[in-house]
Write a protein that binds this ligand. Structure first.
Ligand SMILES: [Zn+2]
Length: 541
């Protein structure tokens, strides 16, 4: 199919021809770029003309870290995100338990997600088992924090999970206890998802529907690519084969409206070796699915004080953070990925986790030098300037989420003190050092809408009419690169995606305003008018 997009203001993110007005596309590939007059010469009777009506077009957005499957399943749960009081949370849970008693399936749980007690105005303590019993009675109840690193359960839920007899000091689980020695209800880190062990494995058909729905949602937001961390997220240890089969089916049957770069999460050494054997790096299903990296977890979250710091929490000296792996385990996991030809992308929020992971990456490189492999750190939040420089020396990429400013600008200084806070989330330094920094949302932690993300990248809006360490912000030009060409680079796709360049796939987004011309406070008003993936319109407003 031939298409000519013309009469636009087209930012290419290609220095050879930064702004043009028209693009010729054939069979999904960009054939020519230039002026309307030059491009319209290429029209034939088979050409479809797309009048951009003077609108702004740029390469489609790429989100470099999110959880597509998790987003789908989170949406099916009770959303506690908008709650501003604990009372509201407990009332919603009680209403859901009532609904289940009246019309629910036998054995149905109250499944709630996305709460953030930092926003509660009446009481910032996460409800314990007894408070949840009061709300839900004997309907099993589970509520997960927005970060996914902690969850609270009522007595019935803990009973089903076999945890009511656990004793403080004797349990292998990461859980809290009440003063009387009985379980308090809260589970942390890996165990925050323990409830998933009681979940059924979604079928290939169910996962296929999830992929179809979620990639279409992404297209609506102007995304042409997402790096997504999905394996072992619904039924850990049991869902990989069904999910990979669903990606194969969806990828080969035209059901995907957005390309998925899979960040394959396999957290045990033996499982990882077997996975790499079966699905080598670059395993592709059609043009819209590829395995891109191996995802690992380094620590927890800042809000839950489970991020691992080199020093201690300024507001909680007792807190140590939670390491997901010992140094030996992390070294081995990264070595297996590295030797197997996969880059590792590791979740690190605290500088202590960053240190562990940089050590492991350096060691893997020392033992088996692969100068071109693109290891990366996901989040890169609390970091010392020394560590940012160390990332540069080791050619380690940064997967950052500028939109986290919205929630974090208010807590980082309290957690780590201003000295370290001002060295943290320092995207300015990353870009200045030439580190490949790509932008993402960590959806469902934040919505996978690139527009607010770009807004926070350039403004670092602190929510109080000011800016949070504005010297660490990037420019609009740089923010656009973070959500286009750098996202492609993170997926080894910069030769075929991420800019409007002759020979690349025609992946575009048309916006209601020219991001490069508007005042920062107007960025959030931007609307997506059209998304084009491989020359095909996958979304039209
Ligand atoms: Zn994540």
């Amino acid at each position: 199919m031939d298409r000519i997009f013309y009469n636009g203001v087209i930012k290419t993110v290609d220095d050879a021809y930064p702004v043009v007005s028209a693009v010729c596309v054939k069979n999904g590939i960009i054939m020519h770029v230039g002026s309307d007059e030059e491009m319209l010469k290429f029209r034939s009777e088979r050409t479809e003309l797309v009048d951009l009506k003077g609108n702004f077009m740029m390469p489609g957005f790429i989100d470099s870290h999110m959880h597509m499957v998790g987003t789908y399943y989170t949406r099916m749960q009770l959303d506690l995100g908008p709650c501003r009081t604990k009372r509201e949370v407990l009332d919603l849970l009680a209403a859901e338990a009532d609904r289940i008693r009246r019309e629910g399936k036998p054995g149905e749980w109250v499944m709630a997600a996305n709460f953030n007690q930092d926003y509660w105005e009446d009481d910032k303590n996460i409800p314990n088992r007894l408070e949840l019993d009061e709300a839900c009675g004997d309907v099993p109840c589970y509520m997960q924090r927005c970060c996914g690193h902690t969850a609270s359960h009522n007595t019935k839920a803990l009973t089903i999970m076999g945890l009511m007899d656990e004793k403080e000091g004797q349990t292998e689980h990461n859980m809290k206890f009440l003063a009387d020695g009985t379980p308090q209800g809260q589970l942390f880190e890996g165990d925050a998802g323990l409830v998933m062990d009681f979940a059924e494995v979604p079928s290939v058909e169910e996962f296929t529907e999830c992929i179809r729905v979620e990639t279409a949602n992404c297209a609506k937001l102007g995304l042409v690519g997402i790096h997504s961390d999905d394996l072992n997220m619904t039924a850990p240890g049991r869902d990989v084969e069904n999910l990979m089969a669903a990606f194969k089916f969806a990828g080969e049957n035209g059901l995907m409206s957005c390309k998925v770069y899979e960040q394959c999460r396999i957290e045990d050494a033996e499982g990882l070796k077997a996975f790499i054997e079966k699905y080598p790096k670059g395993t592709a299903y059609g043009t819209r699915f590829v395995t891109s990296c191996i995802k690992q977890m380094g620590d927890g979250s800042l809000g839950a004080h489970s991020a691992v710091l080199r020093g201690s929490y300024a507001n909680d000296p007792e807190a140590k953070g939670v390491r997901i792996h010992t140094d030996e385990e992390m070294n081995e996991l990264i070595r297996i990925a590295h030797d197997g030809g996969y880059p590792a992308a590791v979740h690190c929020i605290g500088d202590g986790a960053v240190e562990q992971v940089l050590n492991a990456m350096e060691l893997a490189q020392y033992e088996n030098p692969k100068p071109d492999i693109r290891h990366g750190i996901v989040h890169c939040q609390i970091m010392g300037t020394d560590q940012v420089k160390r990332m540069q020396r080791n050619n380690v990429m940064a997967y950052v989420q500028p939109v986290f400013c919205r929630a974090d600008a208010g807590i980082v200084d309290d957690c780590v003190g201003p000295e370290l806070a001002k060295q943290s989330y320092d995207w300015r330094l990353m870009v200045d050092l030439g580190i490949h920094a790509s932008g993402g949302s960590d959806c469902p932690v934040e919505p996978c809408d690139p527009i607010p993300n770009i807004y926070y990248a350039v403004t670092r809006d602190n929510g109080k009419g000011g800016s949070w360490y504005p010297e660490n912000a990037v420019t609009m030009e740089e923010a656009i690169r973070m959500f286009t060409i750098e996202g492609a680079y993170a997926g080894y796709a910069e030769a075929t995606r991420g800019s409007i360049t002759v020979g690349k796939y025609a992946d575009f987004v048309v916006l209601s305003q020219d991001l490069t011309k508007i005042a920062p406070q107007d960025i959030l008003k931007t609307k997506v008018l059209m998304t084009v993936l491989e020359g095909e319109t996958v979304y039209q407003a």
